[in-house]
Design a protein around this ligand. Structure first.
Ligand code: TYM
Length: 342
């Protein structure tokens, strides 16, 4: 059977990259798959978080999921820390994954910075917890932005090594050849890597000190308009076809954003704007972005005003997630050789 899992960290400043690269994809997969969408609060604490802010941000990401159109009745929406099986399976995976694999993770190198000795052990083990998130539900498909590709490769490596290391036991317990699936990343659409509005060589990120680098999902129409008008571009008019965007990262980025918001391709957008100046294109982009994001921002605001409702959605989702996760964890314990109550 086919199942989708994905996660978003509650670290504040949810932005257009998260929306276009991930959350819109989550929404569109709902008709084809059983989906599990998780607010990964345990991943968030791999770097220091203010506790009250963390609580607020967990509700904010949940509100974004709901405001964008994820249906928490048909699918599962919950926060990671309510299902302790994630942490349990992560420990087993810490004993499957190799230190050499984790040493190659570019995101760890970026996030740990120069003072690597002082990074948390959790930040280092982050991809192992991520593999557990996915595989505790034996998810087959994971929609993410481009920046998560390496982590998903590690997830497949962990699944494969677990299947190999325990092959005899897996077969003996009647699970056949492989216990964990080799999960497929879904990195799709024209905006899998949305770049900073200030610098076409840096990705749009929650932690960029400049608020002008990103459009936040909570930005109102004025902020959206200002940020797009100030976005960096070059001096040339827009080309007639996609090949003309090759050495123009800022132009390419704005085109990708437009295409993703309009639900079309960069090529199709260029057919309408070939030869146009950026001033005209940016005006159209402002209108489109405000039309798409405005209602989401106000619905998020309404939802975070009702924390009891959000917390209920999360608790209900966690109850349903736990049933699946517990059954996987029971099987894993048997495969590894642990003793458990029956
Ligand atoms: P996070 O919270 O950084 O980002 C959430 C999602 O948004 C995507 N994204 C982007 N997409 C396009 N352009 C951008 N500039 C951009 N910035 C972020 C990310 O690729 C992601 O899909 N490790 C994950 C969270 C996680 C997870 C998981 C994901 C934990 N466990 C299991 C999938 C499955 C992260 O930090 O995402």
């Amino acid at each position: 059977s086919q199942r989708v899992f994905s996660g978003v960290q509650p670290t504040g400043n949810l932005h257009l990259g998260n929306y276009l690269g991930a959350i819109t994809r989550f929404v569109s997969l709902q008709d084809q798959f059983d989906c599990i969408y998780c607010v990964v609060d345990m991943h968030a604490i791999t770097v220091a978080q203010d506790p009250a802010e963390l609580t607020r941000h967990i509700r904010e990401v949940t509100a974004a999921f709901l405001a964008c159109g994820i249906d928490p009745k048909r699918h599962i929406v919950f926060n990671q820390s309510q299902v302790s099986e994630h942490a349990e399976l992560a420990w087993v995976f810490n004993c499957v994954a190799r230190i050499g694999w984790l040493n190659r993770m570019t995101q760890f190198k970026e996030k740990a910075g120069k003072d690597r000795e002082n990074a948390s052990l959790g930040l280092y083990a982050y991809p192992s917890l991520m593999a557990a998130d996915i595989l505790v539900y034996r998810a087959t498909h994971v929609p993410v932005g481009e920046d998560q590709k390496q982590h998903l490769e590690l997830t497949r490596d962990v699944a494969q090594k677990f299947n190999n290391d325990f092959a005899t036991s897996i077969a003996a317990h009647g699970f056949g050849e492989a216990f964990f699936p080799l999960t497929e990343p879904l990195i799709q659409g024209p905006a899998t890597r949305v770049m900073s509005l200030r610098d076409g060589s840096k990705k749009m990120s929650k932690s960029d000190p400049s608020d002008y680098s990103r459009i936040n999902l909570t930005d109102g129409p004025d902020a959206i308009a200002q940020k797009i008008r100030r976005a960096k571009t070059d001096a040339e008019p827009l080309p007639g076809e996609e090949a003309g965007l090759a050495a123009r990262p800022e132009a390419d980025n704005l085109l990708g954003i437009y295409a993703a918001l309009a639900g079309t391709t960069k090529g199709a957008v260029l057919e309408d704007f070939a030869g146009a100046q950026f001033s005209a294109f940016k005006s159209a982009l402002v209108d489109l972005a405000v039309a798409k994001l405005g209602p989401i921002g106000s619905e998020m605001q309404r939802l975070v005003g009702d924390p009891a409702y959000i917390d209920q959605v999360l608790a209900d989702g966690a109850d349903r997630a736990r049933l699946i996760a517990r059954s996987t964890m029971d099987d894993v314990k048997d495969i590894v050789g642990f003793i458990r109550k029956r």
